[in-house]
Design a protein around this ligand. Structure first.
Ligand code: FE2
Ligand code: FE2
Length: 338
């Protein structure tokens, strides 16, 4: 299960990261969510997908009143970033969601009303939270066409969305980068494929290198801190990304083919591999098992807060409804009833 870690504290100004989930299923990418707190107000960055909502909800509820989350910052439109929006709106229907104007008519397909979204113009904007200011820094085309990061100049913390992401082993639960040279190997292919523009990359590196940053927190993988922040920016400024790198790989393959001797002409034509669709009964088993584990996660998320009440029993009864969303919606309502 995910846990909340407080990584910065200055009076009533705090940053927490809900990070690294060793229990998540291996088929799903791991994510980091950040809670920025000033006084009794908070903003949640990239709250994640519907699947991990119970884990994030549960981790935050151990030390912070969920109803005091006033806004969500969504770096871009991806499902691992913001598909849980409709569930967070159950927690606080007044919640506001800051997102690039480019996605402000697309993301409502995940939920919300015309009052929910605050479109961020291309040049960015500043969000006032309690007594602090958070700056939405443009990072367009890294990797989304409308993309922002969030910078807190007082805490010197920079939330960088998918930039800086690393695809680490399932059993790696480190919060901070321990060995930059080793760590960055897990970030290379991610950046080469998901970051589409070399112009955008260089522009971002130049602007961000002028900011004072003690911690750079990506949405996937470990946090860069201290000298590793500059190391990362320098590394990224040298890395070729996007279509260009796909071309390079392709060229390498062509070159090695040219170097090899000509194969003998054969009349046997190789058929492409045919993959059978798994039988229906297997699919049912997989779907049922998955659905059960999700319902269990939702229940567990609330067990710690709700023991001694009837709501957990009611939720267990509700499992017959076969609707994951319904169980979670009802769980949220019961959580706040008590
Ligand atoms: Fe993304
Ligand atoms: Fe992501």
């Amino acid at each position: 299960m995910k846990k909340i870690h407080y990584i910065f504290h200055d009076n009533d100004h705090r940053w927490a990261v809900i990070s690294r989930d060793p229990d998540r299923p291996a088929y799903m990418i791991d994510t980091n969510e950040c809670l920025v707190i000033s006084g009794d107000e908070a903003i949640l960055t990239d709250p994640g997908g519907m699947e991990i909502f119970p884990a994030v909800f549960s981790a935050i509820s151990t030390s912070f009143n969920l109803r005091n989350i006033k806004a969500i910052f969504s770096s871009h439109q991806d499902p691992d970033i913001i598909s849980s929006l409709t569930l967070w709106l159950e927690v606080n229907p007044e919640l506001r969601c800051y997102i690039s104007w480019l996605w402000s008519t697309f993301v409502p397909h995940f939920g919300g009303t015309d009052k929910t979204f605050i479109p961020i113009p291309d040049d960015g904007l500043t969000i006032k939270l309690g007594s602090i200011k958070l700056h939405c820094i443009p990072a367009h085309y890294l990797h989304s066409a409308g993309n922002f990061h969030l910078y807190d100049s007082k805490a010197k913390i920079y939330f960088s969305g998918d930039v800086g992401a690393a695809l680490l082993d399932q059993n790696n639960s480190d919060i901070y980068v321990k060995n930059f040279d080793e760590h960055i190997k897990s970030a290379k292919k991610f950046h080469q494929r998901w970051m589409g523009s070399n112009e955008a990359r260089l522009d971002w590196c130049e602007r961000v290198s002028q900011l004072e940053i003690d911690m750079l927190i990506p949405q996937h993988g470990c946090i860069y801190q201290g000298k590793d922040v500059k190391r990362f920016i320098d590394w990224f400024s040298e890395l070729k990304v996007g279509l260009f790198t796909m071309g390079e790989t392709f060229e390498d393959e062509i070159k090695s083919e040219v170097d090899e001797p000509e194969p003998e002409i054969s009349e046997v034509v190789t058929e492409p591999e045919i993959v059978e669709i798994p039988k229906e009964e297997n699919n049912d088993e997989i779907a049922q098992g998955h659905s059960d584990s999700l319902n269990d996660s939702a229940l567990k998320a609330l067990m710690g807060q709700d023991s001694g009440t009837n709501s957990v029993k009611e939720l267990k009864k509700d499992k017959g409804s076969n609707s994951i969303g319904k169980s979670i919606f009802s769980a949220i309502k019961n959580f706040f009833k008590n």
